[in-house]
Design a binder for this molecule. Structure first.
Ligand code: PMP
Length: 283
C-alpha cells in the first residue's frame, strides 16, 4: 500500500527524506501506533490526544488537526479493505540544513504515516501466555512521551529475546514500571493492580481501556506502585499494548506465575476485551 509523506500519498520506495532530518540525526520526533480492526480505527481519539501530549512534551505544535489526521488515516486503511491493520505515524522536527542540538526556529516538520497488515495476538498466545524476564530500566526520565528514540527499548527487548522471553519487565528503584513495549498489570488476592501514570511510563491506550473494562464489569482494581516483591508474589501478571492486547505472563525469570497458566481474572478480562472489539465492529 501507499504511504503518506508530507502531504502526498506515494509508493513506499518513493518516500524520501533528507539525511539532515533531525529525526535521523537525533531521534528528534514522536510516533503513534493505532490498531485497525476489520477496517475500523481503534480508539483514534485517544491516540490523537496522546500524540498531542507527546508533541507538547517535545515543544512541537501538531502540524495537522484531528480532521486532517482522520482523513489521512482513513485513506491509508481503505487500501486494505476490511483488513486488520496497524497504522504507524511519526512526526520528526525536520531539517534546518545544519546539525545543531538546540531546536532551530522556523523549520517544517516531516510527517509520515503508513499502514501494514497486522495479526492481532493469535489464539495460541492468548490461550497460553508468554514468558518474560525482569531487567533494569535503563531508559530516560520522559517515558510518558512516545518518542521515536527507542534505543534502550530495542536493547532491552533484544536481551529478552536472547533469553527466550517475549517481553522485558522493567524495574526502576525496586519497582516494576512497565514492559519494554507494553504496560504492566498484576493480580493480587483478586485485585487488579497497575502502576499510576507518571513520567516513568507510557500512558497506554490499552492500559486505560483495561481499567475502564475492569470498572464497567466491577472487577476490583486500583492504580498503585508495584514493588519487585509484589511482582514476584503476584497471582497473575499481564502485559497490555495495542499489538499484544491483553497477554498473560505465565513465566517470569524462569519461575511460573501462579500455576503457570493464564489466571481466572485474566480469562474474564480477555473476554471483556474481545467483546469490546466485537461491539466496535458492529456499533
Ligand atoms: N509502554 C511502552 C514503553 C510502549 O512502547 C507501549 C506500546 N507502544 C505501551 C506501553 C502500550 O501502549 P498502547 O497500549 O497505547 O499500545
Amino acid at each position: 500500500p501507499e504511504i503518506y509523506l508530507n502531504g502526498r500519498f506515494l509508493p513506499p520506495d518513493e518516500g524520501k527524506i533528507s539525511v539532515m532530518d533531525r529525526g535521523f540525526l537525533f531521534g528528534d520526533g514522536v510516533y503513534e501506533v493505532i490498531p485497525c480492526y476489520a477496517g475500523r480505527l481503534f480508539r483514534l481519539e485517544h491516540h490523537l490526544q496522546r500524540l498531542d501530549n507527546s508533541l507538547h512534551g517535545i515543544r512541537m505544535p501538531n502540524p495537522l488537526d484531528r480532521a486532517q489526521w482522520q482523513a489521512i488515516l482513513e485513506r491509508l486503511i481503505a487500501q486494505l479493505p476490511g483488513a486488520d491493520q496497524s497504522i504507524y505515524l511519526q512526526i520528526t522536527r525536520g531539517s534546518s540544513g545544519r546539525r545543531e542540538h538546540a531546536i532551530p526556529s522556523g523549520i517544517e516538520p516531516t510527517v509520515f504515516a503508513m499502514t501494514q497488515p497486522a495479526v492481532y495476538p493469535d489464539a495460541t498466545t492468548l490461550a497460553t501466555g508468554i514468558k518474560a524476564i525482569t531487567l533494569d530500566d535503563t531508559r530516560w526520565k520522559h517515558c510518558d512521551i512516545k518518542a521515536i528514540t527507542l534505543l534502550a527499548n530495542v536493547l532491552l527487548r533484544s536481551e529478552a529475546k536472547d533469553r527466550g522471553a517475549a517481553e522485558a519487565i522493567l524495574i526502576r528503584d525496586g519497582f516494576a514500571i512497565e514492559g519494554a513495549a507494553s504496560n504492566l498489570f498484576i493480580v493480587q488476592a483478586g485485585q487488579i493492580i497497575t502502576p499510576p501514570k507518571s513520567d516513568h511510563l507510557l500512558p497506554g491506550i490499552t492500559r486505560d481501556l483495561v481499567l475502564e473494562l475492569a470498572q464497567q464489569h466491577q472487577l476490583p482494581c486500583r492504580e498503585s506502585p508495584i514493588s519487585r516483591q509484589m511482582l514476584d508474589r503476584a497471582d497473575e501478571v499481564w502485559v497490555t499494548s495495542s499489538s499484544k492486547e491483553v497477554t498473560a505472563v505465565v513465566e517470569l525469570d524462569g519461575h511460573p506465575v501462579g500455576n503457570g497458566r493464564p489466571g481466572p481474572i485474566y480469562g474474564r478480562m480477555a473476554r471483556f476485551y474481545s467483546d469490546y472489539k466485537a461491539l466496535l465492529q458492529t456499533g
